[in-house]
Design a binder for this molecule. Structure first.
Ligand code: SIN
Length: 475
């Protein structure tokens, strides 16, 4: 198991020898520790990335593509081992963890195909005086701050396009789940990524680490996935050096069920949209708007489906929902449920934390939630589905859009035209129409409003990690 920091191809302890305790969220007990990086280590990592980047940028696109393809295969070859690490430190069921590795690896395959298609353009100036040649060189060194909910995929979604475009990266993995990140980096090196192109420095002191990494003159970009609150703070810090930013921030997804929907299909989609990866995704359905005529049926069937969820340790057979990440998460979920009930909602299923070691919460369905209830204002990040009945379509759309977030939304209807019209009116970067999942390396992932800046994946994803240079050519 890799438990040191990786700088310039070397594994070592942090400058002050400190270690980060890693807890198993299924028991609350310490599993192991990893080396903690200091601000000096962050600076050293940017130095190493800066040195490596120039050579990496000169490697022919086809050759870079082949290294990325080897990364895809290597991650898949180690899927079981990596899934085991994810389950240990994050807690999600082993099948979900294996699914995450397939998803994570796919970003390398997709971007190996994109690496040879970074197109510029050539045009003619309106005056006819010169040609306008546009190219897209790499940015340089990119600092990446990644979350604990997808310990592998949220790293590869950034690293693969960044490397495909010729950048080098310094990653701060989450302190709750750095083991997967370290092993992924190790495997990338074994697959042929040159020393210094990928550096990983876990830390317990995120603020000072970030300040040191972004103060370095070689750092040109920050790519962050995490909460909107932290994203705002990082944006302020990036402003001092006018760094380019890519931000994948929080969500508050509405899930709309019209009265003409196939209710069984809507429930199936709702289970995916809500419960994927133990309900700890930023695309998770957070507010279920069900048209009055079908609200009772939808709520009852959703509660029946939620009742079949087996909560437990991710390593155990048949478990479909693991623990939440820590005690604070249980407290936050509990206080949102209490506030919804105090506001008039009724509990159709669950509604309480589960006693015992570890951080578990019952799969919960709340009926007759008011659109203005506190639970609709905040990302729940837990297995709780609040159902809000609606009658007026326009009012429902206004309520669905009444949030600063705009990451994901879901719509269920048998009427495709109505579904598309509704999707177009929802202020969300991604809409699932009769689908409960939309994540795909080939699609542009990202949010509107305060859910983020930029897109990851698709053809757009690689250009996030490129500059645009225009050369005026006398012809
Ligand atoms: C996230 O929760 O940040 C990502 C979810 C996904 O990629 O599906």
């Amino acid at each position: 198991m890799q438990d040191q920091i990786l700088i310039g191809g070397e594994w070592r302890d942090g400058a002050d020898g400190a270690r980060i305790p890693i807890l198993d969220p299924a028991t609350g007990e310490e599993i192991t520790t990893v080396a903690a990086g200091t601000p000096d280590d962050a600076t050293a990592a940017v130095d190493a990335a800066d040195r490596a980047q120039r050579d990496w940028a000169r490697v022919a696109p086809r050759e870079r593509a082949e290294v990325l393809r080897a990364c895809w295969q290597t991650l898949l070859d180690h899927r079981d081992e990596l899934a085991g690490l994810i389950t240990r430190e994050h807690g999600k069921p082993i099948a979900d963890a294996a699914g995450e590795i397939t998803y994570a690896a796919e970003f390398f395959r997709w971007n190996s195909e994109e690496a040879v298609r970074i197109h510029g353009s050539i045009g003619i100036a309106p005056s006819g005086a010169n040609r306008i040649l546009v190219r897209h060189p790499p940015i340089g060194v990119v600092v990446m701050v990644t979350p604990w909910n997808f310990p592998a995929a949220m790293i590869t979604r950034k690293v693969a396009p960044a490397l495909a475009a010729g950048n080098a990266v310094v990653i701060k993995p989450p302190k709750e789940a750095p083991l997967t990140a370290l092993r992924v980096a190790d495997l990338l090196q074994r697959a042929g990524v040159p020393d210094g192109v990928v550096n990983v420095v876990p830390t317990q002191d995120s603020g000072s680490w970030f300040d040191a990494a972004t103060a370095h003159r070689a750092t040109r970009m920050v790519s962050f996935t995490g909460s909107t609150e932290v994203g705002r703070m990082l944006l302020r810090r990036c402003a001092d050096r006018v760094l380019k930013v890519a931000m994948e921030l929080g969500g508050n997804a509405p899930f709309v069920v019209f009265d003409d929907a196939d209710i069984d299909a809507a429930v199936e989609g709702a289970m995916v949209a809500k419960m994927r990866h133990s309900a700890e995704t930023c695309t998770a359905a957070n507010r279920f708007f069900a048209e009055a005529a079908v609200a009772a049926e939808f709520t009852e069937k959703l509660a029946a489906a939620m009742a079949t969820v087996k909560v437990g340790r991710g390593v155990d057979d048949g478990v479909t929902c693991g623990p939440m990440i820590n005690a604070a998460a249980i407290e936050s979920i509990g206080s949102l449920v209490t506030a919804a009930v105090d506001d008039g909602a009724s509990v159709a299923l669950g509604g309480a934390p589960i006693d015992g070691p570890g951080f578990f919460y019952e799969p919960t369905v709340l009926a007759d939630v008011r659109a203005s209830s506190p639970i609709t204002r905040q990302e729940i990040f837990g297995p709780v589905a609040p159902v809000i009945p609606f009658t007026d379509h326009d009012e429902m759309i206004d309520q669905a859009n009444d949030t600063e977030m705009g990451l994901a939304a879901y719509v269920y209807t048998r009427d495709l035209a109505k579904g598309l019209r509704t999707a177009e009116r929802l202020e969300a970067g991604m809409v699932g129409l009769n689908r409960g999942a939309m994540s795909d390396p080939a699609a542009p992932f990202g949010g509107m409003k305060q859910s983020g800046l930029g897109r990851e994946g698709a053809s757009e994803g690689i250009y996030e990690f490129c500059e645009t240079q225009y050369i005026a050519v006398g012809w």
